[in-house]
Design a protein around this ligand. Structure first.
Ligand SMILES: Nc1nc2c(c(=O)[nH]1)N[C@H]1C(S)=C(S)[C@@H](COP(=O)(O)O)O[C@H]1N2
Ligand SMILES: [Mo]
Length: 179
């Protein structure tokens, strides 16, 4: 509802500035987008020795794991990528014998592009503890994962529900829950 002349003016001015913005954008020099596999897609940060910025190419060069799991659609899919535990190890997060005492309350917060979050404890992921397989998947059924779900998503075959299958994964934040 545009009740006054002033509102009409604001509406027209907004439209005009949007249109001008579009023109400016089309006239500007084309910006070469970085190739998808060399742009940093996953940040590993927080309570680790070595913060990481991994590209899709970095993930392709790490030890690869395949898992077959039933997705939220009820169908079985084959996912491929890098084990979350391997990424944590690369960042120098404590593992096996070092996972004791003050490192026991460490968690990893998986953060998505839409603000979604899910948490895993380091111990549940560690080979010497629960050894829960959590995969940072970059392919599903042999194909790259589309922007609506990827390019990275977590796959957690041991969970009965898919609430921790974080889509559009962008960061792993290692947090000490004891402040
Ligand atoms: N980024 C992001 N990931 C998410 C969610 C979300 O809202 N945002 N929902 C979760 C929930 S509750 C479920 S059940 C599954 C759904 O998986 P699907 O996207 O394959 O259907 O995604 C999980 N991952
Ligand atoms: Mo869900």
């Amino acid at each position: 509802m545009l009740k006054s002349r002033r509102n009409w003016f604001i509406a027209i001015a907004t439209f005009a500035s949007l249109a001008a913005g579009n023109v400016a954008q089309t006239n500007s020099m084309p910006q070469a987008a970085p190739p998808a596999d060399t742009a940093a897609t996953l940040v590993v940060k927080g309570a680790v020795k070595q913060e990481l910025q991994l590209t899709l190419a970095d993930l392709k060069s790490m030890p690869r794991t395949k898992v077959t799991a039933k997705g939220h659609d009820g169908a079985t899919h084959e996912y491929e990528g890098v084990a979350l535990s391997a990424i944590l190890a690369k960042a120098g997060a404590p593992q096996s014998g070092d996972l004791r005492g003050k490192s026991m309350p460490l968690c990893v917060v998986a953060e998505a592009g839409d603000g979604y979050r899910a948490v895993f404890s380091l111990a549940e992921l560690d080979a010497d503890f629960a050894a829960e397989m959590v995969l940072v998947a970059d392919t599903a059924d042999g194909k790259g994962i589309g922007a609506d779900q990827g390019p990275l998503r977590l796959v957690v075959p041991g969970d009965k529900r898919q609430g921790r299958w974080v889509r559009m994964l962008k960061a792993l934040s290692i947090v000490n829950t004891v402040q």
